[in-house]
Design a protein around this ligand. Structure first.
Ligand code: BGC
Length: 734
């Protein structure tokens, strides 16, 4: 449809019909064949309201969605098609590593390919919009949702989020296999106090603008068609009713012209926040702030007409929101083809197809972060006579996909046991569970209960100890449960459950040659794990190709390619402990031999493993940083170069990282900030010159007058393999 036709359609619609387009409800309200009334009681929506709904979330399947589409369109006075939206976070059916693990790849091209694959599968299953990427900056490992972000650095988040948007949307969201992306959660959701989900966020405007907004902006600049509001309050105002944030910052400054959708129930939640007296006030606040679609609460459909009659909202506001929704439907081509790509045959051919599995496998290996590798215990030898015991609750576990993969089938995930057995082992391998996941009954966040069986503990342990005694090497497969991360899964304790730690301790008593694989959706406390293991590797939640990717990496067919996207603390008490903190007047040198310095007296001011850190199977050396000049002015570029050499004896890929520091500013600046990265592959003995161009805008920030600019002064360039290593040169910004 042309824009004039859309406007004519809008003009022809009744007010009720327009407001209906602004409501999104869950697909659980719809039966397999048509609309049902049974579930209506639960959500307290009337059949008439449901019939006018403009979009639906959380159902999928080509045949099913076609039926729902037909049934809904038949009831709409203008037969306007529904938008189907779903959280496709790390794959639709072919589940790949969780976003935090994708962050670990430092590989936006990979993130783009993965998103493209997810869009291909999801659109074949009838989905038009994915609620991804999550561009939230995350700095506190206690927050369960760090798993859904690409980590603690806004620059990395921006590159990864933009890549995901490109992957989902392609050049045109109407194209086959593409879908619209929704950037979330605007804004600052990751800043929840104490890492408690849904809690207050209090950020200075400077920190918000300097640190939190850039990643959303980059995803919006990549043309994401939707943005989702966040649940949190930002400086005392819930985002969903924050006019300044939505109208001034998002629309005016960032130039976002797509659809703004609330998070789940977030409009009505403003009543709980105490900023709206009732849902009617909430509707006024949200629509007044420019929120186009209300997800899963009924404030708009129940109250907007009345609010217009009372002069508290205007018809123009409704028209504006409705037109945006219609435009999105039009951009997706739904007026011409309301099913878009929904196709049962395509679904069969694409979902979990070999090519998709292959990519998921590659991505998983690229996301694994090797944190310790004493005596070069990894890669393991796959040779006759070598005995390897795989022990732990993750050694043969299908639940390795993170917490957002509901359309997928866990039984189709390749477990470590399946992957290793299939890999054609020369070595003598065995598998045992070793321990249960937890040491007591545990309520998982999805409502399931893990039931502890005390009687199993000793037999499991005996079997594991016997296997460990026999083995040359032990691979311990441990970690948090996938339902201990994600939304509503914040933890005060970021350790591997004690039952599994107990197993590790007992195994270490009989065999020192331990490789520990850690499954997690967040940084964990790994000090003891690291002390008791020769090798430690984060495998995160790697998705459906878990076992194959683990076999590839453990036995050396591939090297682990990941670098940490978040700092790993010694103890949870250090959280948040991100690398790019502000400079203190009493700097801490990282030892305990100091007084009256910033930090704690009982904990060194260091982290166990810093942001950007990780190893492959070879080693690299960095030459000194060479600059093409020592003065940088407006419109100019300095090139910073290092010579990188593969000093080991196998081919490998290094993630070279560029950090910049503005040494003096009108406001205090971070100690360093990531401003570039590149993955470089080299043969043994080979060297390469790795260069980054530096321009003044890479050092811009909100200065003392809240002006976004760079300031003259001395700056430091650091090029290294992680955020803690110093390899620097200085230049003058003039
Ligand atoms: C989450 C969003 C998600 C939405 C829809 C909310 O609870 O915060 O991230 O997209 O549900 O499932």
């Amino acid at each position: 449809m042309r824009e004039e036709q859309l406007k004519a359609l809008l003009q022809d619609m009744s007010t009720e019909e327009k407001i209906g387009q602004l409501l999104q409800v869950a697909g659980t309200l719809f039966g397999e064949d048509s609309l049902i009334t049974g579930a209506l009681d639960y959500f307290k929506i009337t059949q008439e309201e449901l019939d006018r709904t403009g979009s639906i979330l959380s159902i999928s399947g080509a045949e099913r969605l076609k039926k729902v589409q037909d049934a809904c369109m038949a009831k709409q006075p203008h037969h306007i098609p529904q938008l189907f939206m779903l959280d496709i976070i790390n794959g639709f059916e072919t589940i790949y590593p969780v976003p935090l693990a994708q962050g670990a790849t430092f590989d936006p091209d990979m993130a783009e390919k993965l998103a493209e694959m997810a869009a291909r599968e999801g659109s074949a299953a009838g989905i038009h919009v994915t609620f991804s990427p999550m561009a939230d900056l995350v700095r506190d490992a206690r927050w369960g949702r760090v798993m859904e972000s690409t980590g603690e650095d806004s620059f990395l988040n921006g590159k990864m989020s933009a890549a995901m948007v490109r992957g989902y949307q392609g050049r045109n969201v109407a194209d086959k296999g593409r879908m619209a992306a929704c950037v979330k959660h605007f804004a600052g959701y990751g800043g929840a106090e104490g890492g408690r989900d849904y809690d207050t966020v209090e950020l200075s405007e400077r920190t918000l603008r300097d640190e939190y907004l850039p990643a959303y902006k980059e995803a919006i600049d990549a043309d994401a068609r939707l943005v989702m509001t966040s649940f949190n309050t930002l400086n005392h105002v819930p985002s969903t009713g924050n006019k300044w944030l939505m109208k001034k910052v998002l629309r005016e400054e960032m130039g976002f012209d797509g659809v703004l959708i609330s998070d789940y129930g977030a409009v009505a939640e403003m009543v709980n926040h105490g900023i709206a007296g009732d849902e009617k006030d909430a509707a006024e606040l949200a629509l007044g702030a420019g929120v186009d679609i209300e997800m899963m609460s009924l404030a708009y459909v129940r109250h907007v007409e009345e609010l217009i009659a009372e002069g508290r909202l205007t018809m123009e506001q409704v028209d504006e929101a409705c037109l945006r929704v219609l435009r999105l439907k039009n951009e997706l081509g739904l007026f011409e083809n309301p099913y878009k790509d929904a196709d049962a045959e395509d679904e069969k051919a694409l979902l979990l197809c070999d090519a998709h599995r292959k990519l998921a496998r590659e991505a998983a290996a690229e996301s694994f972060c090797l944190l310790k590798n004493e005596d070069g215990i990894l890669p393991l030898k796959n040779q006759a006579g070598e005995k390897v015991a795989f022990i732990g609750p993750y050694s043969d576990n299908h639940e390795v996909f993170g917490s957002w993969s509901f359309p997928s089938d866990a039984s189709k995930m390749v477990t470590i046991r399946q992957g290793v057995e299939k890999a054609g082992m020369e070595a003598d391998i065995c598998f045992c569970e070793g321990s249960q996941m937890f040491g007591a009954d545990y309520r998982l966040k999805d409502g399931r209960r893990f039931i502890y069986d005390a009687g199993k503990k000793q037999p499991l342990l005996d079997e594991a100890i016997a296997a460990a005694k026999e083995a040359d090497r032990v691979v311990l497969c441990l970690g948090e449960h996938s339902q201990q991360t994600g939304e509503a899964a914040s933890r005060t304790d970021i350790t591997i459950p004690e039952e599994q730690m107990d197993l590790l301790r007992r195994v270490a008593e009989v065999n020192p040659n331990i490789v520990t694989l850690v499954f997690a959706g967040r940084p964990l406390e790994l000090l003891e794990v690291s002390r008791l293991s020769k090798a430690v590797m984060m495998v995160w939640f790697p998705g459906c190709e878990c076992g194959n990717a683990v076999a590839d990496v453990l036995f050396g067919a591939k090297e682990p390619g990941g670098r940490l996207p978040m700092s790993f603390p010694y103890t949870v008490a250090q959280e948040p402990c991100y690398y790019n903190r502000f400079r203190s007047g009493r700097p801490n040198n990282g030892t305990l031999e100091q007084s009256f310095v910033m930090g704690y007296i009982d904990q060194m001011d260091r982290v166990l493993y810093p942001f950007g850190y990780g190893m492959g199977y070879t080693s690299f050396s960095y030459g000194p940083v060479r600059l093409s000049g020592d003065r940088l002015g407006d419109g100019q570029t300095i090139t910073a170069t290092v010579t990188l050499t593969n000093t080991g004896d196998r081919e490998g890929t290094e993630t070279v990282q560029l950090y910049l520091t503005d040494l003096f500013g009108s406001v205090v600046r971070p100690v360093k900030q990531l401003r570039g990265f590149r993955r470089v592959s080299l043969q043994p003995g080979e060297s390469a010159e790795v260069s980054f161009d530096i321009t003044p805008d890479m050092l811009s920030f909100y200065n003392i007058d809240m002006k976004y600019t760079w300031e003259p002064g001395t700056c430091k360039v650091n090029i290294a393999g992680d955020s803690a290593t110093e390899n620097s040169a200085v230049f003058e910004l003039v």
